[in-house]
Design a protein around this ligand. Structure first.
Ligand SMILES: CC(C)(COP(=O)(O)OP(=O)(O)OC[C@H]1O[C@@H](n2cnc3c(N)ncnc32)[C@H](O)[C@@H]1OP(=O)(O)O)[C@@H](O)C(=O)NCCC(=O)NCCS
Length: 167
């Protein structure tokens, strides 16, 4: 049995969250920016999201509940790796499994596309995100000094996907 890393949300669990995931469309931009701006000290600008829409290596996905966009992610699927660039959940909807659901979706799609590993950078001060990534099996493998605009360091976190397909 693979170790349970919290990636195995059942269909029942998903239904209980009453959340659906779908590709980002331009009309989602305002809702996504609202979440982005309250979630990050250096939020992405609108053009970043629009550029990623046209990037063939990028996946930009939103989570919707009752017709409202409550979260999203952006990742790049390049060769045999998925790199997570941006993930956020609206503050009113945090801590009920949406972040895990979004990450799980990234990892599942990456696996289907033949990826062997997932990686991301996270602020060393961002305990909620680090905790989320750890529950999903990511491990800290390196520190990137002064990675962010304000001089903060980042942890590089990675996860092999070899056990994900069977988990
Ligand atoms: C990080 C973030 C996406 C988590 O989203 P979320 O929907 O609240 O996370 P989930 O409810 O799926 O949490 C899953 C697990 O992660 C961990 N976790 C999430 N938030 C946590 C917190 N504030 N404190 C401690 N652990 C936390 C817990 O283990 C949690 O499981 P539990 O609730 O059963 O204990 C959200 O806090 C957010 O949008 N933060 C601002 C943007 C950001 O920092 N993005 C990451 C950039 S690298």
């Amino acid at each position: 049995m693979p170790e349970d890393k919290g990636v195995g949300l059942s269909y029942e669990d998903r239904a209980a969250l009453e959340v659906s995931l779908r590709p980002f469309v331009v009309s989602d931009l305002l809702a996504v920016l609202e979440i982005e701006n309250v979630s990050f000290p250096s939020p992405w600008k609108p053009e970043y999201f629009l550029n990623e829409m046209n990037n063939p290596y990028a996946r930009l996905v939103v989570a919707e509940r009752a017709g409202q966009v409550i979260g999203y992610f952006c990742c790049w699927l390049v060769a045999d790796e998925v790199h997570i660039l941006d993930v956020a959940v609206h503050p009113d909807h945090r801590r009920c499994g949406i972040g895990r659901l979004l990450l799980q979706d990234i990892l599942a799609e990456a696996c289907q596309n033949g990826a062997y590993s997932a990686s991301l950078e996270v602020r060393v001060s961002n305990q909620p995100a680090i905790a989320l990534y750890q529950t999903l099996g990511f491990q800290r493998v390196a520190m990137r000094r002064r990675y962010y605009e304000n001089g903060e360091d980042a942890f590089l976190m990675v996860r092999s996907l070899s056990d994900f397909a069977s988990s």
